[in-house]
Design a binder for this molecule. Structure first.
Ligand code: NAD
Length: 418
């Protein structure tokens, strides 16, 4: 039986905490989010009707700093998934050692069915509904699936209007002209590149001899594809929710991006070019490639397909793409998995840079942002890799061990007495 995302997270937590020698009593507080808020709010639709939407904001842990985590718009989002995503943010911030806790938010909606005006009203109503929980020193949202700089600008504006002063630091991933950081949009993909380069060095993999398949071609997947190709990797397959395209000789990413930009309502299933075959989202995961990068949604690599995966390395750009059962199969098959909480942490690292720049009202250039991002990703990878070798555990378990140790130490230092 496949476990849900929150149960998968608990399994990973239990395993790492026990490997560290902590008793259940010492880490029980991490098995529960600190706060969970479910909100329902009305939105006036373009035809004058009123629809009620439901959303969530879950704050998992704040021992190391304010809560931090994205906001996802999706028809399938549910509270258990948001709880798991919030906990993964706690581990992610700890593994790269940025001074935040973890949170996540979401609204049950299908943005494809909403006009820009409806989306704006929904985003602003959701902001008001979660306003008691957020703030630049409390909880700082950011983009996630189906949200981007535009939605972050609306959240910042709504919060500022209600507070009576412009508060740039309440969200990250904002438009650059509105206090956003240069390099934030590309940060998660660049972070995936840096961790892919590091694992390649460790395993003696040469980029120019290496084929890569990427599931998901949104913000994270498309930037990852671009920067990997620029570094010499051969990106042979990419997919979006409509399916994938595959060319064993390597894809022409420039032509794909041009097609999508010129046809904003199109998906990859509409793209045609010589030597391209169309494949399903299931098929992309089991292609005969060297590196597989899930960059779409959670629960894609399961006990049903884990045995068919041919890649030697999986770099998890998405959050929670591998179920706990699949993880055991991959570990037994000695497939190297660079876990999500490390591989996709570039986004939160540059979110942290954006927040720091907002608090200081002093902005950095793109080179400074990218160099500092690279330093943190390379250092964090090296830390996790060495724990994995020293303790003889998977990179996932090692990343959890690094993260959980930091969170438990911070909590113990603060103490639980009031
Ligand atoms: P996005 O909305 O920009 O893109 C999502 C992509 O995945 C799209 O191409 C979409 O068509 C595809 N997709 C969605 N559902 C799918 C499915 N069921 N099967 C196959 N493809 C599907 O979102 P994003 O910001 O690129 O986020 C992608 C993943 O990366 C998510 O798991 C997110 O949590 C994670 N992530 C994002 C950031 C960030 O900075 N945006 C940071 C860390 C992790």
């Amino acid at each position: 039986m496949t476990t849900d995302a929150f149960s998968s997270m608990l399994k990973q937590l239990d395993k790492a905490a026990q490997s560290l020698g902590y008793s259940r009593e010492e880490y029980e507080f991490l098995r529960h989010p600190e706060k969970e808020l479910t909100v329902s709010f009305p939105v006036v639709m373009d035809d004058g009707s009123v629809r009620v939407f439901t959303g969530f904001r879950v704050q998992h842990n704040s021992h190391r700093g304010p809560y931090k985590g994205g906001v996802r718009f999706s028809p399938s989002i549910n509270r258990e998934e948001v709880k798991a995503l919030a906990a993964w943010m706690t581990w992610k911030c700890a593994v790269v050692n940025v001074p935040y806790g973890g949170a996540k938010g979401g609204v049950i909606c299908d943005p494809k069915e909403l006009s820009v005006g409806e989306l704006e009203r929904l985003t602003r109503r959701y902001t008001v509904a979660i306003m008691p929980l957020i703030g630049p020193d409390k909880d700082i949202p950011a983009p996630d699936i189906n949200t981007s700089a535009r939605e972050m600008g609306w959240i910042m504006d709504t919060f500022s209007v209600f507070k009576g002063n412009t508060t740039l630091g309440v969200v990250t991933g904002k438009p650059v002209g509105l206090g956003g950081s240069v390099g934030r949009r590309e940060a998660t993909g660049r972070g995936v590149l840096y961790t892919t380069l590091e694992v390649s060095k460790k395993l003696g993999i040469k980029p120019e001899e290496t084929s890569v398949a990427i599931q998901g071609y949104g913000n994270v997947g498309s930037v990852t594809a671009k920067v990997l190709a620029e570094s010499g990797f051969k990106v042979v397959a990419v997919s979006d929710i409509s399916g994938g395209i595959f060319n064993p000789e390597g894809l022409d990413l420039g032509s794909i991006n041009e097609f999508l930009a010129e046809n904003p309502k199109s998906t990859l299933k509409d793209y045609a070019a010589p030597n391209i075959s169309h494949i399903t989202n299931g098929e992309i995961l089991t292609l005969d490639v060297d590196i597989l990068i899930p960059a779409a949604t959670g629960g894609q690599i399961t006990e049903q397909n884990a045995n068919q995966i041919k890649a030697k390395v999986i770099v998890e750009a998405a959050n929670g793409p591998t179920t706990a059962e699949a993880d055991e199969i991959l570990e037994a098959r000695e497939i190297h998995v660079v876990p999500d909480i490390l591989a996709n942490a570039g986004g939160v690292v540059v979110s942290y840079f954006e927040w720091v720049q907002n608090l200081q009202s002093f902005f950095w250039n793109e080179q400074e942002v990218n160099e500092r991002l690279e330093q943190i990703m390379v250092r964090s990878f090296a830390n996790v890799w060495s724990v994995s070798k020293e303790k003889g555990v998977s990179m996932r378990n090692a990343a959890y061990m690094v993260a959980i140790d930091r969170v438990i130490s911070a909590a113990k230092t603060r103490g639980f007495n009031l």
